[in-house]
Design a protein around this ligand. Structure first.
Ligand code: UGA
Length: 438
């Protein structure tokens, strides 16, 4: 089928290449000419494992191309909207300016009979608001939220846990013609037995935001237990292992540490509370404000631990910050706890040297005032305190003995992700501080 993907960020660019890989003829559109230029040359504008390979293959196949002009999308049968919905500059709500602009530009060119499938994460009610525009152009609107994780974006797109289609409310949702069209787009994925749920627009929109809200809540729950563990000498890692063995709870997303960040979880829970308040049901998700507060307190905790450990060395000590990305296998520093910790320590007058395998350039663009080292060894050289805040394998696998010979005298390791073995670090001569573990 002929497909257009509007918005070529992590979501859209990966979706475009993935759809080409299952045989469709795809054009990716974005207003950012530099990004489109890079994608067209096979150069990923962001770090995403596996993306460069699929991008190169699909460009070479002739099925994938990129353009800045919406007119290039005109003859597509299905249009995916994958633009960002960041937090608005003046509050908690989502900024829908990119969504609205994408719909306006697309509506001007689409053919009657085509399908518009929204993938962006939007406040509930957005599809119902936009549908009249789409219908006036003779097209149909479906909402098809995306659940991909950065770092696993290609795999999650081609092998999702489930597909969710949101159609206009009413009867016989499964029998809508637009459902058959999207089934055709995703045929190889559906044939593999991937569950597919057809719901109304509002449910589909809510599935996405409630999934992210649940994940954020799970992380903040374990981080709240970490706070209790810190007050009692208990070990939150063992606690997570033990409660996680109950299949109803599950061990995944129960890793305590410096907390969640990125372009999704933080802004999605804020947008959810803002939208619920608009709807008069703010109390229903007021707990998400506490989830946010717990999460942000973990960053304070890491900063406080560093200051405590530096003690009198506060202004002449050296601190190595390992990690800048919001999670490993990504160069994304949006709302990154790791970058936040580095920036706050620097702002407090602490001598910080930060490093990351992929995110130095994205961090430097936002915070040129920080000192960056090319790798962990260079960052740790002469450090009094080493703070691990993004659990890249190269940091989790650091050898405490070899690392000890690089650091200053009486060094301290602060394990902001609880991924190191405290005993082996202590026996190599480090003072070890974890997050909610003794
Ligand atoms: C998240 C969701 O997991 C995806 O399903 C969703 O599609 C995506 O948002 C989105 O809305 O686009 P992502 O932001 O890529 O994906 O990252 P996650 O893997 O969810 O991690 C989010 C943050 O939580 C990271 O900072 C990570 O370090 C932190 N985290 C995760 C923890 O602190 N503890 C955990 O146990 C797990």
């Amino acid at each position: 089928m002929r497909i257009s993907v509007i918005g070529c960020g992590y979501l859209g660019a990966v979706h475009a290449a993935s759809m080409a890989s299952i045989g469709h003829e795809v054009v990716g559109i974005d207003v950012d000419a530099e990004k489109i230029g890079r994608l067209g040359r096979g150069e990923p504008p962001f770090h995403e494992p596996g993306f460069e390979a699929i991008l190169g293959e699909q460009l070479a196949s002739g099925r994938l191309r990129f353009a800045t002009d919406f007119a290039e999308a005109a003859d597509a049968e299905v249009h995916f909207i994958a633009v960002g919905t960041p937090q608005s500059a003046d509050g908690r709500a989502a900024d829908l300016a990119y969504v609205d602009a994408a719909f306006a530009a697309l509506i001007a060119v689409i053919r009657p009979g085509s399908l518009v499938a929204g993938k962006s994460t939007v406040p509930v009610g957005t599809a119902a608001r936009l549908a009249p525009l789409v219908e006036a152009a003779g097209a149909t609107l479906l909402w098809n939220p995306e659940f991909l994780r950065e770092g696993f974006a290609v795999k999650d797109t081609l092998e999702p846990d489930r597909l969710v289609y949101g159609v206009s409310p009413g009867d016989a949702l499964e029998r809508r013609p637009e459902v058959a069209v999207l089934d055709h787009v995703y045929a190889p994925i559906i044939e593999r037995g991937t569950p597919r749920i057809v719901a109304d627009w509002a449910t589909a929109e809510l599935v996405k935001v409630s999934a992210n809200a649940f994940l954020a809540t799970k992380i903040s729950f374990i981080n709240a237990m970490a706070e209790i563990a810190e007050a009692t000498g208990a070990d939150v890692t063992t606690l997570a292992d033990a409660i996680g063995m109950d299949a109803r709870i599950g061990r995944r997303f129960l890793n305590a540490g410096v907390g969640f960040g990125g372009g999704c979880l933080p802004k999605d829970i804020r947008a959810f509370t803002a939208r619920a308040e608009e709807l008069g049901v703010g109390a229903s998700v007021a707990f998400l404000k506490e989830v946010d507060a717990i999460n942000l307190r973990r960053r304070d905790r890491v900063v406080d631990l560093v200051l405590e450990e530096l003690g009198e060395r506060r202004y002449d000590g050296r601190v190595a910050v390992l990690g800048l990305a919001f999670k490993p296998h990504s160069d994304d520093v949006r709302d990154s706890p790791a970058l936040d910790v580095a920036v706050r320590l620097h702002g407090l007058g602490v001598g910080v040297v930060a490093t990351d395998p992929a995110a130095i350039e994205t961090a430097r663009t936002r915070h040129p005032q920080l000192s960056y080292a090319t790798d962990a060894a260079a960052a740790i050289l002469g450090a009094d305190v080493v703070v691990l805040v993004t659990e890249w394998p190269e940091y989790s696998d650091l050898d405490p003995i070899a690392t000890r010979s690089l650091a200053g005298t009486d060094p301290v390791i602060i394990d902001g992700r609880n991924v190191l073995d405290p005993a082996s670090w202590r026996s190599a001569g480090w003072a070890y501080r974890g997050m909610g573990r003794p």
